[in-house]
Every structure is written in structure tokens, then in C-alpha cells.
Design a protein around this ligand. Structure first.
Ligand SMILES: Nc1ncnc2c1ncn2[C@@H]1O[C@H](COP(=O)(O)OP(=O)(O)O)[C@@H](O)[C@H]1O
Ligand SMILES: Cc1ncc(COP(=O)(O)O)c(N)n1
Length: 272
């Protein structure tokens, strides 16, 4: 059986809604075999981040080496990378294995406000990792941080995408989750055209891990050989179903429902 394989290089969320846990659940739901390299352990729940424990550069490197030398992923993603030294190590390893289908989720700050990337590491992210990205998926505050200007309208969102494209990312997806308005609209720029992916904004506080889940879904689809436009389109449906059917877990900002997309599809098949 020829199964698609993907790798996530990210932090652990003990609460299970974001990070490595969200990525592996998403890979599984999209029929992709998931592998992982941990960059940091966080003590975290729906109320916030209680502790951050980065792993050593050697530990990160060895995990990627172990996966890369044996289980070649069709696509990979990065999430929480925490420091410049981890970013440099990860970038070196990606070049060593000549992996092309790289999705960079430039995770900076958890929804509760805790830093998941050291401030001084942003420069390193721009210099070392963005040029390797097949696709990068910043949310609005992350995109503002990368480009250095504020994004308050569609025109600025497009300018930001062009600016990040010029830094070397082959496809730029600027997510609209942090915007306002009736629609949550994500923009995909491929160097020529702007494509918009729109869904109705759901009024909920349960959006913990949405960015991780979304970028993992894009990665899973790329691992199966799907083109980027299809991959983003599937990811958008996946995250919409996951937010709409949140599980009411925890007392704070709860996780989304990684089962929902497959369940809806299965139900649709039955009713046809
Ligand atoms: N309340 C919401 N309703 C519908 N879609 C949302 C909502 N919040 C986020 N999204 C979508 O979830 C995905 C992740 O976006 P976002 O939450 O901005 O990322 P991050 O977790 O990195 O901050 C995007 O497709 C975005 O449009
Ligand atoms: C380990 C880890 N990685 C990433 C996030 C970002 O989560 P979100 O997708 O909600 O921005 C997180 N809270 N924890």
C-alpha cells in the first residue's frame, strides 16, 4: 500500500488542541501517515501556556535525521520553532534532505499572549526559513510582524503577500481569522494571482489550534500530491467544520473538532 507521509516539526501542546498534537490528528483524519520532530514542550491548556521548555538543537536535529533517513515525507510543516538556533538547525536539515513541499506556519504568539518564538528570532525566520517555504501561512499579526507594516484592508493584505513572496516563499497564504467582518477570508498569492478562500465567521471562543490544524491540512494534501490551490481549499473546509463542531473542552479557549470534516463527508456519501 502506497501511503502518503508527512512530517511536522513543532512544539507539543499538552492540552492537545494545537502544536504537534493538532498536526498529527489532522494528518490522520486526512489519511496521511504522520511523523514528528518536537522542538519544545509546552505545559498548556485551554486557559493558556503555563510553561515552555525548548529542546536542545541536537535533539531537534536527531529527530529530523531519524525520520528523513528512513521515512521520506511527501511534505512537511513547521510550527513553533522558539529560537534562532532551532530555526537555523531546521533550515539546514531541510536543505540537506532537499525537501521541497515545506509549509511554514510562522507561529509567534499563542492566543493567550505567550511568546512561542523569541522576538530576536524573527529576523532569522525571514533570512533562513522563508526562502525555503513552498507555502507560508501567517495570520494577520504574524504577517504584519514579517512585513513591518499594518494590515487593515484587502489592499494591504495583498501588498503584504507580495512582500513575503519577494522574500522567497513560493506561495503565501495570509489568514483572515484575526480580522473582523462576517467572513473569515484567507488570501493565497502565487506570484501572479490572488485567490480568496472565504467562509462565514463563526462566533466562538474555541479557536485554539486553528492555525496549526489549517497548515497541517495543507501539508497533508500536498503530501498526497495535490496542487496548492486544492490543498488550501480542502484545508479551509477542514478548519471550518472543525470550528463549527467544537467539542466544548476546557474552561477557556477550547480546541476544534478534528473528526468533523470526515464525519460530514461520510454523512454526505450516505445520503447521496
Ligand atoms: N471564528 C472563525 N470562523 C471561521 N473561520 C475562522 C475563525 N477563526 C479562524 N478561522 C480560520 O481558521 C484558519 C486559521 O486562521 P487563524 O485563526 O487566523 O490562524 P492562527 O491560529 O494562526 O491565529 C483560517 O482559515 C481562518 O480564516
Ligand atoms: C505548541 C504550540 N504550537 C502552536 C500554538 C499556536 O496555536 P494557534 O494555532 O491557536 O495559534 C500553540 N498554542 N502551541
Amino acid at each position: 500500500m502506497d501511503v502518503a507521509k508527512a512530517l511536522t516539526i513543532a512544539g507539543s501542546d499538552s492540552g492537545g488542541g494545537a502544536g504537534i498534537q493538532a498536526d498529527l490528528k489532522t494528518f490522520q483524519e486526512l489519511d496521511v501517515f504522520g511523523t514528528s520532530a518536537l522542538t519544545a514542550v509546552t505545559a498548556q491548556n485551554t486557559l493558556g501556556v503555563q510553561g515552555v521548555y525548548p529542546l536542545s538543537v541536537d535533539a531537534v536535529k536527531e529527530q529530523i535525521q531519524s525520520v528523513g533517513t528512513d521515512i521520506a515525507p511527501g511534505a512537511l510543516k513547521t510550527g513553533m520553532l522558539f529560537s534562532s538556533e532551532i530555526i537555523r538547525t531546521v533550515s539546514d536539515m531541510i536543505q540537506e534532505f532537499q525537501w521541497e513541499k515545506l509549509v511554514v506556519d510562522p507561529v509567534m504568539i499563542a492566543k493567550g499572549g505567550s511568546a512561542l518564538l523569541q522576538k530576536e528570532a524573527i529576523k532569522c525566520l525571514k533570512k533562513n526559513l522563508i526562502p525555503l517555504a513552498y507555502c507560508i501561512t501567517p495570520n494577520l499579526p504574524e504577517a504584519e510582524e514579517i512585513v513591518g507594516f499594518s494590515i487593515t484592508n484587502r489592499e494591504q493584505q495583498e501588498l503584504a503577500a507580495q512582500s513575503i513572496y519577494k522574500m522567497g516563499a513560493k506561495h503565501v497564504v495570509i489568514k483572515g481569522g484575526h480580522g473582523d467582518g462576517e467572513q473569515a477570508t484567507d488570501l493565497l498569492y502565487d506570484g501572479e494571482d490572488f485567490h480568496f478562500f472565504t467562509a462565514s465567521r463563526i462566533q466562538t471562543k474555541h479557536t485554539h489550534g486553528t492555525g496549526c490544524t489549517y497548515s497541517a491540512a495543507i501539508t497533508a494534501e500536498l503530501a498526497k500530491g495535490r496542487p496548492i490551490y486544492d490543498a488550501v481549499s480542502t484545508a479551509k473546509s477542514f478548519i471550518q467544520d472543525a470550528i463549527e463542531n467544537q467539542l466544548g473542552i476546557g474552561a477557556g479557549h477550547g480546541p476544534t473538532n478534528h473528526w468533523a470534516y470526515q464525519k460530514r463527508k461520510a454523512n454526505q456519501q450516505i445520503s447521496f
